[in-house]
Design a protein around this ligand. Structure first.
Ligand code: PEP
Length: 252
């Protein structure tokens, strides 16, 4: 049975003290939560990952990076490699977030290299993709999502997908307060699963967790998560408050 997952993308928020405080708050909140077949992941910034790993090692909370560089090592000023992440105990990484695509020019080719680097280093990948508002308004959203997946993921062998989580994040819903309706999320997730049936197999399609991301809040999480092809959420803004994030976790 595929896992349910609630993952918090902290983006460029929280210094070291705020990181410790938020993790402590989450641990307190999480004590009252029973996680049935569900995982909880947080993705602090690079500089706070080591601390986050040590603060969470006595809890159910897992730690992910928000990015990695595709090269093994070398003259890439300011970048962080898979090996560096592994060495501080991080084995999960978000790849393809729309902010990385938009502000850091991460193309499908670069994302393929990052995915390959992550796989070579035995990382779990949370792969993000999703259409722009214009794509949806012109009814191109299925085509865009299909090409994002085909260009980066569909050349991988089926064995790679045991370590891939998908995060459908319509760009128009990220940080905007506009959420896709639960029906829109379900429609797209079902479409995505269908693409995996065509490209691989029903078994693989049924085993892959597909998260929804885009203005998920305590007030809308339950309805979105109730849909059969929605296996959880990637949460931005609401992951920065312990109570909100754990209320979302309780909805899974
Ligand atoms: C995100 O950035 O992945 C995200 C879903 O953000 P928000 O929840 O703030 O829309």
């Amino acid at each position: 049975m595929r896992k349910k997952i609630v993952a918090g993308n902290w983006k460029m928020n929280n210094n070291i003290n705020e990181t410790k405080e938020l993790i402590q708050g989450l641990k307190n909140e999480m004590e009252a939560v029973t996680l049935n077949n569900a995982r909880v992941i947080i993705a602090p910034s690079f500089i706070n990952l080591q601390q986050a790993v040590s603060e969470t090692n006595d809890s159910v909370i897992e730690v992910s990076a928000q990015n990695l560089h595709q090269a093994k090592s070398g003259a890439y000023t300011g970048e962080v490699s898979a090996d560096m992440l592994s060495s501080v105990g991080v084995k999960t990484v978000i790849i393809g977030h729309s902010e990385r695509r938009a502000y850091f020019n991460e193309t499908d080719d670069i994302l393929s290299e990052k995915v390959n680097a992550a796989i070579e280093n035995d990382f779990e990948i949370i792969f993000c993709f999703g259409e722009q508002l214009e794509d949806r308004e012109t009814n191109n959203h299925f085509k865009v999502v299909e090409s994002q997946l085909k260009n980066v993921l569909f050349s991988l062998p089926s064995s790679a997908f045991s370590k891939v989580v998908l995060a459908y994040e319509p760009v128009w819903a990220i940080g905007t307060g506009k959420t896709a309706s639960a029906d829109q999320a379900q429609e797209m997730h079902q479409f995505i699963r269908g693409l995996f049936v065509e490209a691989y197999s029903q078994e693989l399609a049924d085993s892959i967790s597909i998260l929804y991301g885009g203005s998920v809040k305590p007030g809308n999480a339950e309805e979105i998560f109730s849909k059969p092809d929605v296996d959880g959420g990637l949460i931005g803004g609401a992951s920065l408050k312990a109570k909100d994030f754990s209320d979302i976790v309780k909805s899974i």
